[in-house]
Design a protein. Structure first.
Length: 277
């Protein structure tokens, strides 16, 4: 460990749990979903999980979420842990990365009967760049009508929990101190398009009309804390129900470590989201 904060090696060196099924939704090796199924006949409440990694396949894939996915499985949730092509992969960037996340999520409805999934209330949980994508997935009904990313019947998401997310892509592109750098954003949004943020950056799509919880480490050295507070202010001003949960003595890795205080808080929020009327 470095100081009192977890590092990525601290997380990934531990024994890795295994998913119950892997489902392909396209021909690319990244176009896959891991399904974690709890014991029992179901129907199982579903957590849609979205990994981070700066929107780059070479940085991270869905396996980074294995430990928290297994933890949620043990708590009785089905976890739909999606992967997608990053901007550094053929077909990634705009619109591919977004289209992959959307198609992977929509597959929940396709496979719900086979795996006894309860699709009435789906909670999305995303970490880092995945926090952006989880919020964006909830915002799909708000996409401009002429956007190529708009689809007729997007998966309905009831609640989003963003863990150290980067929802505002314009702010991210203007912040050299963000841990992903600024060049990656241009590849993600399709630089050179007319107003490339209008169907990609979450603040442009507010209000989402979906409850949101933001969980952020106060000592996060990868994602500047102001990205949480600024988005919280914008989302709240739009009329959305948003809460910001600041976890002390917590960095970026702790947000997806099952033994952490941040993850305990996230599980509390997930349970509350499923229990909401």
């Amino acid at each position: 460990m470095t100081g009192d904060l977890l590092t990525w090696p601290d997380l990934v060196k531990r024994p890795r749990p295994a998913a119950d099924a892997t489902i392909a939704y396209g021909p690319d090796q990244m176009q896959k979903v891991d399904l974690w199924l709890p014991a029992g006949k179901g129907p199982h409440p579903v957590v849609l999980m979205v990994h981070g990694g700066c929107w780059q396949t070479s940085v991270a894939d869905r396996s980074l979420m294995d430990w928290i996915a297994a933890d949620l499985r043990g708590e009785g949730y089905a976890v739909w842990n999606i992967d997608y092509r990053g901007v550094d992969r053929a077909g990634g960037g705009y619109p591919g990365t977004f289209a992959d996340a959307a198609k992977a999520s929509d597959q929940i409805a396709v496979h719900a009967r086979k795996y006894h999934l309860d699709t009435r209330r789906i909670v999305a949980v995303g970490h880092s760049a995945g926090g952006h994508l989880a919020l964006w997935l909830a915002a799909r009904p708000r996409l401009p009508k002429d956007s190529p990313l708009r689809t007729r019947r997007p998966l309905k998401i009831a609640h989003v929990v963003s863990l150290g997310g980067l929802p505002d892509l314009e702010a991210t592109a203007a912040s050299p101190d963000n841990g992903c750098g600024i060049e990656v954003v241009a590849k993600l949004v399709g630089a050179g398009r007319d107003d490339p943020y209008r169907d990609t950056s979450v603040p442009r799509l507010l209000p989402l009309k979906v409850p949101q919880d933001l969980v952020n480490g106060r000592e996060d050295r990868i994602i500047p804390y102001r990205m949480a507070t600024d988005y919280f202010a914008a989302a709240t001003a739009s009329g959305d129900r948003v809460q910001l949960h600041t976890i002390p003595a917590t960095g970026h890795v702790e947000l997806v470590a099952p033994e952490s205080a941040a993850w305990a808080e996230t599980k509390r929020l997930i349970a509350a989201a499923f229990a909401a009327p």
